[in-house]
Design a protein around this ligand. Structure first.
Ligand code: ACO
Length: 436
């Protein structure tokens, strides 16, 4: 919880005609500064305009720090590199939600809670049966999160602390993995595997995805490690499109499950969590057509063409995305240890090499983002591309939960941006359309 008074660091002066008003400048723990405009409309009747919220801080948060210019990402003060090197996803989830790394006892209790809430209510099987086999798994994910609440009335709460919150959060982190695996099984005409209480978080997910009757899926340690890493690297990313959606929806005091179901929908788009699927589609297309890479680079640079180099560019990172760097290393390691040869990886590496030396990409500071290599990693694990955003949503769950909780604990007002109306001026209703 922050103390606004202690964050004040001088004033900014805004001049509107002959009027001058002073606005507080707030300073965060990493030295970043923001002008507090919360009283602007009350004092001046003016609003600010900032499409895409490129310059707007929507909250003051303790969870994640990003410095896009320097390529820094930290959760609760810990660098992403250290978390990726030393933690499992479940520990990072705990850190993001509760603020500290778990003690051994806390880790054990958290795992027990996840295990307790991992299975889906038996009635939910009927819901899955109702989806056609080609139903988009992100639609299934979003729908099933809301459906789960219909069968667990205890989830219809807005508690942000205590046992009720702990259980709701654990239901979510654990069940999202089961819903994801069942969406995959449904699409492939396979029976559903229930969670196995003796398996760890990632092993259990892979078991539910890939175990067959009388043929238990054996998890390769490198594959488990890669999946853990993928989820850790997606665990939170401050006020991105989906997290902001979760906060905005939750600000009307809607339940955690329905708020994150909105997050899933926001994540689905190709400019956000759908980018990893788009990258694989792009690389496959390049491989199939056999056209020169320069052809695709030129298309991406052409202002009259909507084509973009998927997996490149980021709203915040104007330097290498630190997550992309970590993931690329893991992909290389995995390919070596599992002796995999994937032509798409070669294409991706060459594409990156060309783009990083091209003036267009250099001038705009367009570097590979996490999605450039994450699809290749998931493909190696055997996960089909339609499922990539679903895997992203499993990873992002701790961030969504933590942001929803923080917003409630800070007692945020309901989110309600303003606009400048630029439509027709008042006009008379046409006589010929009037009721006779
Ligand atoms: N390929 C080619 N040109 C690009 C790309 C790209 N991938 N990304 C940005 N540009 C260009 C734009 O055309 C624009 O050029 P201009 O200044 O000449 O008009 C300039 O770079 C700035 O781009 P914006 O779209 O204004 O940047 P913004 O911050 O709004 O968008 C975004 C960021 C959406 C990620 C964008 O870079 C993009 O579409 N990338 C491809 C999709 C992608 O990989 N998304 C995943 C993001 S990471 C995540 O969600 C986990």
């Amino acid at each position: 919880m922050y103390d606004r008074e202690k964050m004040k660091e001088g004033k900014a002066t805004l001049e509107i005609g002959k009027k001058k008003i002073k606005l507080d400048i707030l300073k965060g723990t990493e030295g970043e500064l923001g002008i507090d405009i919360s009283q602007l409309r009350a004092k001046t009747k003016l609003i600010t305009v900032d499409e895409g919220y490129c310059n707007t801080g929507s909250c003051i948060s303790d969870i994640t720090f990003i410095n896009g210019e320097k390529g820094i990402l930290r959760h609760r003060g810990y660098g992403i590199e250290a978390l990726a090197e030393n933690c499992r996803f479940v520990e990072v989830a705990y850190l993001i939600i509760y603020g500290e790394l778990p003690t051994p006892k806390q880790a054990q209790n958290f795992s027990l809670l996840l295990e307790k809430h991992s299975d889906l209510h038996s009635s939910l099987i009927n819901h899955f049966e109702g989806f056609p086999p080609d139903a988009p798994p992100m639609a299934i994910m979003s729908a099933m999160l809301n459906a789960t609440m219909c069968l667990h009335k205890e989830l219809l709460n807005t508690s942000s602390k205590g046992k009720v919150f702990d259980n709701t959060a654990a239901h979510l982190i654990s069940k999202v993995r089961t819903i994801a695996a069942w969406a995959y099984r449904k699409a492939n005409g396979l029976t559903f595997n229930h969670p196995n209480p003796f398996l760890k978080y990632c092993e259990n997910f892979l078991h539910m995805m890939f175990s067959m009757p009388y043929n238990e899926y054996v998890v390769h340690p490198d594959v488990e490690k890669a999946l853990n890493l993928f989820l850790i690297l997606h665990a939170d990313h401050e006020q991105n499109c989906s997290t902001s959606s979760v906060r905005l929806v939750g600000s009307s005091h809607t339940y955690l499950f329905s708020s994150v179901s909105a997050g899933v929908c926001a994540l689905w788009g190709p400019l956000h969590g759908g980018a990893n699927t788009a990258v694989i589609k792009m690389l496959t297309d390049i491989h199939k057509t056999g056209k020169k890479l320069s052809h695709y680079i030129e298309m991406a640079k052409d202002k009259d063409n909507d084509y973009r180099l998927m997996g490149f560019g980021h709203r915040v990172y104007k330097n290498f995305d630190p997550r992309a760097r970590i993931l690329k290393k893991q992909v290389d390691k995995m390919f070596e240890s599992l002796q995999i040869d994937d032509p798409l990886l070669e294409i991706a590496k060459k594409l990156e090499e060309i783009a990083l030396t091209d003036d267009y990409f250099i001038e705009r500071k367009l570097y590979p983002n996490i999605d450039f290599y994450s699809g290749i990693l998931l493909r190696t694990i055997g996960i089909p591309k339609e499922m990539y955003p679903v895997l992203f949503s499993i990873g992002r769950m701790p961030g969504w939960i933590s942001n929803w909780r923080e917003m409630l604990m800070q007692k945020h007002p309901i989110g309600r941006p303003r606009q400048i109306y630029n439509g027709p001026a008042p006009r008379d209703f046409p006589i010929d359309k009037m009721n006779k």
